[in-house]
Design a protein around this ligand. Structure first.
Ligand SMILES: [Zn+2]
Ligand SMILES: [Zn+2]
Length: 128
């Protein structure tokens, strides 16, 4: 049985052993080597500098960091944008304050769901 699929990056049809095709995978690995080499010589580089000097996109570098292929702890200035507000972070996908907001929001949604349940059951009782 052949398992064909489209590459999530270039859309090419290929034998799906991973999300991206062999060409894109090779390109990604080349990019990783570039970024890694640059960082080895520029421990204080920022993500903008790395991107400008290597020609690798910030999004791609961010992906390497999130995949833990680049250990940000070794590079004091290597931060990447928060998914929600774009402020610079070194861990996870969102900054601390966005995490708080996201948690608050999900709590509020939970609460309002519980409230809704109570009001409906109450209305039901009065109608009886
Ligand atoms: Zn591809
Ligand atoms: Zn944020």
């Amino acid at each position: 049985m052949t398992n064909l699929g489209n590459c999530v990056r270039c859309g090419k049809l290929f034998l799906k052993i991973r999300d991206i095709c062999q060409d894109c995978y090779q390109k990604q690995e080349d990019n990783f080597v570039l970024v890694n080499d640059y960082l080895r010589n520029h421990k204080n580089g920022t993500i903008q500098e790395v991107s400008e000097e290597t020609g690798v996109s910030i999004a791609q570098i961010r992906q390497f960091i999130l995949a833990k292929r680049i250990q940000v702890n070794y590079f004091p200035n290597l931060t990447y944008p928060c998914d929600t507000c774009g402020s610079q972070i070194k861990e996870g996908k969102n900054c601390q304050s966005c995490m708080v907001t996201i948690n608050e929001l999900s709590k509020q949604v939970e609460k309002s769901l519980v409230k809704e349940e109570k009001t409906t059951s109450h209305a039901y009782k009065t109608r009886m």
